[in-house]
Ligand binder design. Structure first.
Ligand SMILES: [Zn+2]
Length: 151
């Protein structure tokens, strides 16, 4: 965690604070009877500045488990929003909880027009927040040549 900036929650913009509060709130809806590890995520869309939230959803067979981030992505994309400005992730463990590899690649697909996504990680206490970006979390992300040919 040495390469990442950690700041007090109170020093962040109201927009980011609200996103982290939304992620904290949706975390209480997590369906995680197997791990008891609840995660909440909130996405701020670039267009219209809408907030989409998601929690983790586990399954007895494990493979179909959905992370909080991808749940939020599915909700945003199915409403027609495909560029994300900011993402918040809230979970409670010793260290900050960063998006898993699958979620990093998923988020990378929906970068904002500046080519990046701001990412904020916090515990539910919302005291300190780790600030990073998708570019920092996933350097050299996989990119298909087909994406460049999309309108
Ligand atoms: Zn994930």
């Amino acid at each position: 965690m040495d390469n990442f900036k950690v700041v007090p929650f109170s020093s962040l913009s109201e927009t980011v604070q609200n996103l982290l509060k939304s992620a904290t709130e949706v975390r209480t809806k997590a369906y995680c009877p197997y791990s008891n590890f609840s995660v909440g995520s909130a996405i701020l869309t670039e267009k219209d500045g809408k907030i989409y939230t998601g929690c983790n959803i586990e399954n007895a067979t494990m493979t179909p488990c959905m992370c909080a981030e991808r749940t939020a992505v599915a909700k945003a994309v199915s409403d027609g929003y495909m560029q994300f400005k900011t993402v918040a992730v809230v979970a409670h463990q010793k260290d900050f909880t960063a998006p898993c590899g699958v979620c990093r690649q998923t988020l990378s697909e929906f970068r904002s027009s500046n080519g990046d996504i701001e990412i904020y990680l916090s515990k539910p206490s919302l005291d300190n927040v780790l600030c990073t970006t998708i570019s920092q979390l996933l350097p050299l992300a996989y990119v298909s040549y087909k994406k460049d040919s999309l309108p």
